[in-house]
Every structure is written in structure tokens, then in C-alpha cells.
Design a protein around this ligand. Structure first.
Ligand SMILES: Nc1ncnc2c1ncn2[C@@H]1O[C@H](COP(=O)(O)OP(=O)(O)OP(=O)(O)O)[C@@H](O)[C@H]1O
Ligand SMILES: [Mg+2]
Ligand SMILES: [Zn+2]
Length: 401
């Protein structure tokens, strides 16, 4: 049997399986119950969060025989049944009631004219023809204008779903004629739950912290999470008789920089220890990590402290418990104002580094400047007492998980 990538194999088939977008699926289901389906929708949001998936389930639902014929079922279940002829056509990809149109590669006025021609004809079976127009922000202005008329007077059988990762690029003339749904970035915990379910189903044992690494790398995109899992399976599981995914393998594959390095930076800044700071710079450079990427994660690390100062809780920090405790402990070494200054410095450096040649030197320099930001010459902290220093040394060497 040929291998099917996880993102396709696990594409949700009904509203209830679309994770973290309940604010959208619930609204759509309500409109189905009330028989108030619109003709134009905009689905916006990050890549891989369920826009195309939701559009397909929607298209399947408006044409589902059972939903149309059984009012009780429509009210109580409000999901495509998955069994009627129309649903089966959808699931086999043979339904004529759905057209997916990629605006990134068909963005001329002529392409839109063709689409408009096509829209005139109603469905042969079922109620609606659903047109999913992906990457709609790539359409030319002329193409948008050509489309406007269709959207103003859409045929009764047509539903347009415009999907985009860049909502601001859609002209207001189009946007104001549509219902807008903004898809959220998927929280880490939901991604972990999904990946966990997939691994279980695939008969793979997986360590929780390995799943968390994959989830974090995906940065809120479910498709990215599933693709990374595909890669991890190919790399770590296929040759392994036990079929297991271990933390170390994932860290190796993803070229992952452990939290430890970021805590080293904040400790070096708090302690005013340039040698320690330079050791981190060396570590990054010698291991071939990308400096830009490191700065980005370092900013996220500092942001976690800011969250902690402002909310007085680690609830919004997406890390395992022991790491959260470490944030709480280390937060005492800084003030919010200093933290802000450090973040400003890094944001500036991030911009500059893009255009610089003496990359490594500048990278080291910016890390050293963090110390200066923490201890401006005028307000140096008093020397730490000897016990305190050993205390800190101890906590430094504790490997946190
Ligand atoms: N909210 C979600 N719940 C469950 N699975 C999801 C979700 N979002 C995405 N996925 C998974 O990711 C895959 C890709 O999702 P989808 O095609 O819907 O993304 P998209 O938002 O349209 O992305 P793009 O902007 O790249 O087109 C799906 O096949 C599914 O496996
Ligand atoms: Mg899509
Ligand atoms: Zn059905």
C-alpha cells in the first residue's frame, strides 16, 4: 500500500473533528440549522489551521442528503452523515459540487472569466456548488473587479469560500460582501493531543516531551505538526523494532536548541558574566545553529518573563512544569523595565543582522550588550555573596526538562 502523508490521512471529515476552531464551526452549524447559508465567506488565518478542511466539510454538509431530508438529524447532529451518495462522492473526491481554484496560479482576468462562466451552471445533484478560492489575495485587482459582479448577484446555488493567509490584502469591496471567519493559531496542547492520537492509531510509542518538541516547532500550524511527525517517523521509527519516538532523536532531527541555552543567556546577563555569555555564542556558532533563529527564540524566552511579570502566572508559558518553575525563580533576577530593554535590543539586532556580513562577531556583541543592559555602569548590582554564587552554579548545572 502506498504511504499516505499524515496530514491527508487525518484530515477531519466532520465539524466536530476540526480542532480549536469551534468559534467558526459552531457558527456555521447554527446557520445550517436555521437554513441561513450565505453566498460569500472569507476564511483567513495561518497556514495549516483548517481553512480548506472547514470549507470542504461545509460543502459536504450543505449537500448531504440526510441533512436535507431529515429535519431531526439536521437539528440534532448537524454534521455531514458520511453515508449518503453525496457524502460518499465528496469523500472519494468525485463530487462535482465542489471546485477548488488556486488563485496563486490562476490569477488573471481570463481565469476569473472562466470561473464566472462555470458558476452559472447549477449542481446536477445536491443543492449547492461550493467554490473554494485558495490564496485569494494573489488575484490581480482587475481579477477582483471581474469577480465583484458575481459576488453581488450570486446564483442561488453558489457558495464562495475565499481562503487566505493574508486578510489585509483583500480589497474592502470583496471583504464587505462576505462573512469573515478568522481561524486561530492552534494551541500547543491541542496539537499535542492530536499528535498523540495519531501515534496511538499508528501503533507508535512516543515520549511526551518528544511530542512537545514537535508541537512547538510547528508554531500553531496543525499541518506543519503532522508533516514534522511524518519526518520523525521516517527518521526514527521505521528502522526501530519497538516503533518508538524518543526525545533525543527528535531533538537531533529538528536541530533543536534546548531551553537550557536560553536560560544560560539570562543567567549570564543577570550575573554579569561575559565568559558565560560568550560560551553560549560559541555553542550556537559551533553547532551550526542559525543565529537569526536563535535570536528569535531568545526573544520568545524573554517574552515568557514579561508574561510572568504581567500576569503573575505561568499559565500562558507553553513549557513543561519544571521549566515554568525555573522561569518563576529566574524572574527575580530582573525587573520588567530591564526585560523590556533587553527585548528592544534584540529586536533591533534582529533587524540589523539581516544586512550584516560580520555575522558571528555581531551576534556575540549583541549577547554581550545584554549584560550591559542589565547592569548599566551607573547601577551595577553589588557583588554576589559566596554562598549565592555557589547556589547559582548549582542551579546552572541542573539539567532542566
Ligand atoms: N483545526 C484542525 N483540526 C484538525 N486537523 C487540522 C486542523 N487544521 C489543519 N489540520 C490538518 O492539517 C491539514 C491541512 O489543513 P488545511 O488544508 O485545512 O489547512 P489550511 O488552513 O487550508 O492551510 P493553507 O493556508 O496552507 O491552505 C489537514 O489535512 C489536517 O490534517
Ligand atoms: Mg488551504
Ligand atoms: Zn450525507
Amino acid at each position: 500500500m502506498s504511504y499516505q502523508v499524515l496530514a491527508r490521512k487525518y484530515r477531519p471529515k466532520k465539524f466536530a473533528d476540526i480542532t480549536a476552531q469551534e468559534h467558526i464551526t459552531r457558527t456555521i452549524q447554527n446557520s445550517l440549522r436555521l437554513g441561513r447559508v450565505g453566498h460569500g465567506y472569507i476564511f483567513s488565518g495561518l497556514r495549516g489551521v483548517g481553512k480548506t478542511t472547514a470549507a470542504r466539510v461545509f460543502a459536504k454538509a450543505v449537500n448531504c442528503g440526510r441533512m436535507i431530508e431529515d429535519p431531526e438529524y439536521l437539528k440534532e447532529v448537524t454534521e455531514p452523515c458520511g453515508e449518503c451518495e453525496s457524502c460518499l462522492d465528496f469523500e472519494q473526491g468525485t463530487s462535482l459540487n465542489i471546485s477548488e481554484f488556486d488563485a496563486a496560479s490562476n490569477n488573471s482576468v481570463d481565469d476569473i472569466r472562466l470561473l464566472r462562466e462555470n458558476v452559472r451552471y447549477g449542481p446536477q445533484k445536491g443543492r449547492y456548488r461550493v467554490y473554494i478560492i485558495d490564496e485569494v489575495h494573489m488575484l490581480s485587482t482587475a481579477a477582483f473587479n471581474a469577480f465583484l459582479k458575481t459576488l453581488e448577484e450570486p446564483p442561488a446555488h453558489a457558495i464562495f469560500i475565499f481562503a487566505t493567509t493574508e486578510l489585509h490584502k483583500i480589497p474592502p469591496t470583496i471583504a464587505s460582501r462576505c462573512q469573515r471567519f478568522n481561524f486561530k493559531r492552534i494551541p500547543l496542547s491541542e496539537i499535542e493531543k492530536q499528535l498523540h492520537g495519531i501515534c496511538e492509531n499508528e501503533g507508535i510509542n512516543v515520549e511526551d516531551d518528544a511530542l512537545q518538541l514537535i508541537g512547538r516547532k510547528a508554531q500553531g500550524s496543525m499541518r506543519d505538526a503532522q508533516s514534522i511527525l511524518d519526518q520523525v517517523i521516517a527518521f526514527a521509527v521505521e528502522q526501530d523494532e519497538e516503533r518508538s519516538i524518543h526525545y533525543d532523536k527528535v531533538a537531533e532531527l529538528l536541530n533543536y536548541i534546548d531551553d537550557e541555552q536560553f536560560f544560560e543567556v539570562t543567567e549570564a546577563a543577570a550575573e554579569g558574566d561575559p565568559a558565560k555569555m560568550l560560551a553560549v555564542a560559541r555553542f550556537v556558532i559551533d553547532n551550526g545553529y542559525d543565529e537569526q533563529d536563535f535570536l528569535e527564540k531568545l526573544i520568545e524566552h524573554l517574552r515568557n518573563f514579561l508574561v510572568l511579570y504581567n500576569l503573575r502566572s505561568t499559565r500562558l508559558i507553553e513549557r513543561p512544569e519544571p521549566v515554568k518553575e525555573r522561569y518563576q525563580r529566574d524572574a527575580k533576577s530582573f525587573s520588567p523595565a530591564v526585560m523590556m530593554r533587553m527585548i528592544d535590543l534584540l529586536l533591533e539586532a534582529q533587524k540589523e543582522l539581516k544586512f550584516q556580513f560580520e555575522y558571528q562577531f555581531r551576534f556575540e556583541l549583541v549577547l554581550l550588550k545584554l549584560i550591559e543592559t542589565c547592569h548599566p555602569a551607573s547601577e551595577r548590582l553589588p557583588e554576589a555573596s559566596p554562598e549565592e554564587t555557589t547556589e547559582k552554579k548549582k542551579s546552572m548545572t541542573e539539567r532542566q526538562q
